[in-house]
Design a protein around this ligand. Structure first.
Ligand code: MCN
Length: 799
């Protein structure tokens, strides 16, 4: 008898509270910083205060002789042994990529770069001594402003890396005429100038900081058979691969563990200099070594996100039918090319056409090196930037035509019956229903009533005006089909691995190569397996984040874990069921063809006889009576490589009140209807959408990483970097439509980034809409009261 006899209720679609919440919310868990090993040493980093400087000399003597200090090292002490961060994925063969040492010996390229490390018996002693390291710098001219850095070749302005002779890293171009996916954009624009409308705008995507809850932390233990690294990372498997590939230590001798990780949002999607340094120190000293960054270090030296100038030209017929879109981007990489740093804006190349049927499209992105913290993925990675650009432009086109912005969108979007649809950017969208999501959003939001209120306020001259912002979106997530990555010359694949093992006790042990850091995989994945095998939710144990337990995997990012990892689980479960069916037929003395599997039971058709899958598991474990030549185990593996991305979509509507006298903004209402296909756990999905919305809204209204003229991050604390709290947000009005994905058997689409992607333009569109009648065409993000007020004044001055 096992615990799995009762046929459970359907788990998929059920609001299950997260299994992991108890330990995460109470903090009674193993964060990397909680790990203490015998004889463990602690590290503090000495970081450059200058954006660009030569290291003339480093005096470590005072620090080295401080109490409890074991050793002090500089880059020169390590040289080649430290290796290089293997971070640059070249997006073009010609990409200019600076050499990147985790601790450079001669020159620093951004404020916050590591120049020396102090190792001590306690973290406090290490930090105190780090202040005594005396570094003699010779300041160099710094490339800081993105546009100026991009033109340094012509102007002779400062270079981020003088040896490279340029700040331009790579120019990546997609042209629909050349690719055969559409027409010539220049022709479309020329025609529209004669006989249609052309809208040109320039938008700024400010620099953002991922600002996860748990700062980065790493422990390396070199004392056992293996080198073990615990790291607050999103990517334990990729870190293991990178360590093996760059140090020559075989993968079997490296164990990387991501214990519970307190958020990442793309910010822990790096093989970091800190991991490299701690690894090298542990090996050099032969002792366990720990480093946990301070919040200030996290803000200044963990990678940043976004940071683009976007120049967009949209051509349309007079009735609002778009004929072409031209996108010219400048993307700030910061000082180095991070793991997907160059690839982030290129992801946007596939998404600027969004849900629309544009006949001609041209995209060009110039990535640029500057003396600022390097940039990489931040929630949404490339897709929020693209969605922002096109959704702002759709509003601008509607304003130009004096049309309703929802109607302009509807005129141009792909109709439900047109799926599958190959876009002008070359992607095949498998399914979607933009009409349904928009209709529901409109109704929930009270679109017509709010428009009527807006008219009333306009007419009465109310100083507080109402603006309505729209953003539709789709995104490519579920990264990624390996063959697509191959076509982009990206070295790695995009598969995911899963194992499902039925134990004699009734427990089902599930191992996934995905590596959750806040997404609730243990819960949602339990629901999938419980349903598939017909066992109780409680009987499923999900293990992840340890390369010794989950030997194969490609980790968590790009909203891939469910659509790729979840499908691997389904396939592994189905193999278990297929084997269990053979055992059932044998034990029930029936033909396999007569066995039906339903709700966890194998029944002999038409006899009323049957066995629960748990009983089969126990019988397999006992192995007394199995079919001939059958191995006594009930487990299976599957590695799944998707055939396509998944394309969630949605319509977001936002109402903002803007005080035209002070520039103050207040959110009145936010409705979002998302379509993420089949929903496994509505509670988790709502949580993901909420979190994403807050981050997207924060980009629109509050957050910005600001550097001064010397290249110092002046928003380097939470006093200046305005991270919102629950008190800053309103109750979001959420809705769903369900258009199943056709590319995985569950019909699911990713949700991890959805809220962030759509919300930023919805808010900015609302702010601009509130003051458009005053002549305002754009408010630069974040839309602080000061910026809104200045935009109103500037518009008034030009009238
Ligand atoms: N889910 C579901 N039904 C769907 C889609 C998803 O029940 N139709 C559930 C999944 O089972 C999973 C969660 O929603 O539990 C998110 O799934 P998915 O969209 O596959 O995204 P990933 O799990 O791959 O997570 C990555 C994504 C990204 S890219 C960022 S950035 C992000 C995000 O997740 N970072 C996060 N959400 C985060 N949430 C937290 N708390 N912390 C982060 O750092």
């Amino acid at each position: 008898m096992t615990a799995v006899e009762e046929a459970p209720v359907a788990e998929i679609g059920r609001d299950r509270r997260r299994k992991e919440d108890q330990r995460l919310i109470t903090g009674r868990t193993r964060w990397t910083d909680n790990i203490t090993l015998p004889g463990m040493l602690h590290v503090a980093m000495v970081r450059s205060p200058f954006a660009h400087a030569k290291i003339v000399g480093i005096d470590t003597s005072e620090a080295a002789s401080s109490p409890n200090v074991t050793a002090v090292f500089t880059g020169a002490d390590f040289g080649e042994e430290l290796g290089a961060c293997i971070n640059a994925w070249p997006i073009t063969p010609e990409q200019v990529t600076p050499a990147h040492s985790p601790m450079p010996a001669d020159r620093v390229a951004f404020a916050g770069e590591i120049v020396a490390v102090v190792v001590a018996r306690t973290a406090t002693a290490a930090r105190d001594a780090a202040e005594l390291v005396d570094v003699d710098y010779e300041e160099l001219p710094a490339a800081l402003d993105l546009k100026e850095a991009a033109t340094a070749d012509e102007t002779g302005g400062p270079l981020a890396h003088p040896d490279l002779g340029t700040n331009k890293s790579a120019l990546w171009i997609f042209d629909s005429a050349a690719a055969g996916t559409g027409g010539d954009v220049e022709e479309a624009i020329a025609k529209a100038r004669e006989d249609g409308v052309v809208v040109e705008r320039e938008f700024r995507q400010q620099r953002l900081i991922p600002a996860f809850m748990e700062p980065r932390s790493v422990v390396v233990d070199p004392t056992g058979e293996q080198l073990t690294m615990w790291s607050a990372t999103q990517i334990p498997h990729i870190v293991r691969f990178a360590l093996a590939a760059t140090t020559g230590v075989p993968e079997s001798k490296i164990r990387v563990i991501a214990p519970d990780v307190g958020g990442g949002f793309g910010g822990k999607l790096q093989t970091t200099p800190e991991e490299w340094v701690v690894w090298a120190l542990a090996r050099r000293l032969g002792k366990p070594v720990k480093y946990t960054e301070t919040r200030s270090e996290s803000l200044v030296a963990g990678h940043h996100g976004r940071d683009q100038w976007q120049k967009l030209t949209l051509s349309a017929e007079k009735d609002g039918t778009v004929t072409g879109l031209k996108v010219e981007l400048l993307a700030d990489l910061g000082a180095y090319v991070a793991v997907v740093g160059g690839g982030v804006p290129v992801l946007g190349a596939f998404m600027f056409n969004a849900i629309y049927k544009f006949p001609a499209y041209h995209f060009a992105c110039q990535t640029v090196l500057t003396n600022k913290t390097w940039t990489d993925a931040y929630r949404g990675a490339g897709r929020p930037e693209a969605t922002f650009g096109i959704e702002r432009m759709m509003d601008e086109l509607a304003a130009e035509l004096g049309a309703d912005p929802l109607e302009v969108r509807e005129k141009n979007w792909i109709k439900h019956e047109e799926f599958p649809f190959t876009t002008v950017a070359g992607l095949e969208y498998d399914s979607g229903n933009y009409e349904a999501a928009t209709a529901l959003a409109k109704e929930k939001f009270g679109y017509d009533e709010l428009r009527a209120e807006q008219r009333r306020r306009r007419e009465s001259g109310d100083p507080v005006q109402l603006g309505i912002g729209i953003s539709t979106f789709t995104e490519m997530c579920g990264l990624a089909p390996s063959r697509v990555l191959g076509s982009l010359d990206y070295g790695a694949g995009g598969w995911e691995h899963a194992s499902v093992r039925m134990l004699a006790t009734g427990t089902v042990e599930v191992i996934t190569g995905a590596s959750a850091h806040g997404q609730g995989h243990e819960t949602a994945f339990s629901q999938i397996v419980a349903d598939r095998l017909g066992v109780p939710f409680e009987a499923v144990e999900v293990l992840h984040g340890d390369t010794q337990i989950a030997a194969k995997g490609l980790d968590t990012y790009g909203s891939r874990s469910l659509v790729v990892g979840g499908e691997a689980l389904v396939r592994a479960s189905d193999k278990v069921i297929a084997k269990a069916k053979l055992v059932a037929a044998h034990l029930l003395e029936a033909s396999v063809d007569d066995i039906e599997f339903s709700a966890g039971r194998f029944n002999v058709r038409g006899t009323g006889q049957g066995m629960a899958i748990g009983e089969i598991a126990a019988a397999v474990f006992a192995a007394h009576d199995l079919p001939e030549d059958m191995e006594p185990s009930l487990d299976s593996d599957a590695t799944y490589d998707p055939v396509n991305f998944s394309y969630p979509h949605g319509t977001h509507l936002c109402a903002m009140e803007v005080d035209t006298e002070t520039g103050a903004v207040r959110m009145r209402k936010y409705t979002c209807v998302d379509d993420v296909g089949t929903v496994i756990n509505p509670l988790i999905v709502a949580g993901q959408v909420h979190g994403g919305l807050v981050q997207g809204i924060a980009q629109a209204l509050w957050e910005e990483a600001v550097y001064d003229d010397a290249g110092t991050l002046v928003s380097g604390s939470f006093v200046d970097y305005l991270l919102p709290t629950a008190a800053d947000t309103i109750d979001f009005d959420l809705g769903h439509t369900v258009t199943p994905s056709l590319t995985n058997s569950l019909g699911t689409k990713g949700v991890g980034e959805a809220g962030t992607i759509a919300s930023t333009p919805a808010v900015v569109n609302a702010v601009v809409d509130a003051v458009r009648h005053l002549g305002v065409e754009d408010v630069r993000m974040p839309c602080t009261p000061q910026r809104v007020w200045q935009a109103i004044q500037a518009a008034a001055a030009t009238e």
